[in-house]
Design a protein around this ligand. Structure first.
Ligand SMILES: [Zn+2]
Length: 309
């Protein structure tokens, strides 16, 4: 046997790899040995449970109340127990409940009636690249395009539209003067001026508007468009010019695009004057000097523009 033990030591031990893990495990076992020794020896194998001997149970029951564990609520001692319930006289058996158990209450749980809040939309971050090219220039309107030649694309359509409206409206004005020479509207703008003068001036102007042959229409010519001038006309040179404010004017109300053309055409066709400007000036002239009102271009313009229809 000694020879066999030596052989094992000589052959097996060198094959064992006694690295650190083995040493650590061995150290743990050595440290745990004293604790195992204090535990009370080897574990006992449970044997068959014996029935308690008579009298042994009584001896095992402790007759003293166990001391309360600190921190725990002590169990009630036998003397603290409530007195046993005396049976009711009407009951058959002792301790049976006499009253009906309380009816089960219906617990109504209100269901939520309102909608749950909508799910928040997924947040998206839109990354927009900064433009690297210049924005296109703002489109220029007829008022911004310089003249003096009228641009066929931008200027002429607005002029032609105004001319057409001026022709229509001045015919209605002529009809009113012919049919109702004492109409309040005629008195308002011309006072007591001769109706024949008013009518002839209107008819000459209408004829001019109908045929603009020989009239040099100019657009946005800076030297002739100072300040806020709408338009201008020269009977001598046969020039009718319109300025940027003309292209910004509307097609209704006073100082409309078509009314401005009636004013200028009256200069060309009937040699009207500019004694007074604006509606207030024209109305005052009709009251104070009817003869001059019948010569004043603005009186014709506003008379037609405010014609009752
Ligand atoms: Zn004028």
């Amino acid at each position: 046997m000694a020879c066999l033990g030596q052989a094992v030591i000589q052959r097996v031990l060198p094959t064992l790899r006694l690295d650190r893990r083995w040493l650590l495990a061995a150290a743990v076992v050595l440290l745990a040995l004293p604790a195992l020794a204090q535990g009370g020896g080897p574990p006992t194998i449970p044997g068959p449970v014996d029935a308690p001997a008579p009298g042994a149970a009584a001896a095992a029951v402790p007759d003293a109340t166990p001391a309360p564990v600190p921190g725990e609520i002590p169990a009630p001692a036998p003397g603290d127990a409530p007195p046993p319930r005396t049976p009711d006289a009407t009951t058959q058996g002792p301790g049976l409940p006499t009253t009906k158990p309380p009816a089960l209450e219906r617990v109504v749980v209100a269901l939520p009636t309102d909608k749950p809040p909508p799910l928040a939309p997924p947040r998206q971050v839109l990354v927009v690249e900064a433009p690297t090219t210049k924005p296109p220039p703002l489109e220029r309107g007829p008022a911004d395009i310089p003249g003096p030649a009228c641009d066929a694309e931008h200027h002429r359509p607005l002029i032609d539209e105004a001319l057409a409206m001026a022709r229509t409206r001045i015919r209605e004005a002529i009809r009113l003067v012919q049919e109702e020479p004492d109409h309040p509207h005629v008195r308002r703008w011309f006072g007591s001026a001769p109706r024949k003068t008013i009518r002839i001036t209107l008819e000459l102007t209408a004829a001019r508007l109908d045929d603009m042959t020989g009239v040099d229409i100019r657009c946005n010519d800076p030297p002739d468009c100072p300040g806020g001038r709408f338009a201008y006309a020269s009977e001598r040179t046969r020039v009718l010019g319109v300025c940027p404010p003309f292209f910004r004017a509307r097609m209704d109300g006073t100082d409309s695009r078509w009314g401005i053309l009636i004013h200028e055409a009256s200069h060309l066709a009937a040699n009207t004057r500019d004694h007074a400007y604006r509606p207030a000036g024209a109305l005052r002239l009709a009251k104070d000097d009817a003869a001059r009102a019948a010569e004043n271009a603005d009186n014709y313009e506003y008379f037609v523009e405010t014609l009752p229809r």
